[in-house]
Design a protein. Sequence first.
Length: 351
Amino acid sequence: MNPFGQVSLSDQVLFTKHLSIMIKAGLSLKESVETIKDQTSSKKFREILDDLTNRLDNGESLGESLAKHPRIFSNLFINMIRLGEESGTLEGNLEHLTLQLEKSNDLRKKIKSAMIYPIFILVAALGLGAALVFFVLPKLLPLFKSFDIELPLPTRILLGISEAFQNYGIFILIGVVFLSAIIILISRIKAVKKFNARLLISLPIIGPISRNTNLIQFSRTLGTLLKSGVSIITALDITANTLPNLIYQEVLKETSIKVQRGESLENYLHLNPKLFPPTVSRMVAVGEKTGNLEETLLYLAEFYEKEVDNTTKNLSSILEPILLIFIGIVVGFVAISIIMPIYQITSGIYL
């Protein structure tokens, strides 16, 4: 386990960008890493760079030094640096890696920003419902009990929930924490992870975003590795380990085996149209025939980035009707539960 914790993707982008510039300017690797260490504001990253400096001083290569921190630097990161050192193209590989990391960072930010609005609306709706159930309804309960009326079913349901939390709140909280821990442990089982991965790409709205995100990662990572001189087999293996979805990982590992046996990449992608649409397999076929596969893959990455960008921009308008229905159901149910008994009481008084 790495003792230094996590380092943000932004810090890694700055590291590769500054390192490329300093090597181009003629500084040694050790001097470059030391200079970046003095400039970084992240304590965790400074400790890692200090460790890299010591290892470089002891004669280790940069790739070997980075490999000592597998929880920080991905296989893609380590292998591109290692290959650059071996082939004498470290400066160029750092530039390719910087672009790859920048694109991944931008994509992550777009998806996060697109989810802020739906999450805010859901939290607000649940918070409003909880406030009415736990603060407003209990104060009205003595009034309801002072009149000899049978409370409506929605009111009885909410009162039951309110009383349960008031009387057994600590036990419910413990139960929720325990159940969450069990769910987390179960979700780490490979069969469950595989089921969740397949479910994720099958869901409406979220599914297309997940598929396109994996296609972007696949295309850009594989294209960047091939452009840096990595063999197709090694590039497929590295790419498989960088993909967020387990189903895509397994298919790419199988693809690597097929390609190693002499089959074309396009043939195997064509057999999985739900994961790799015909556009991908056809473009890959063109790239293989023209000997320009890496550029074709990078073009595909740009194409699917625009797709994700358009989807995330429209995500709020897509989810808005669903969110409004959800909010209407929650608030409407609570409001009816409070208004119905009041209506019964006032009707009884006027009668």
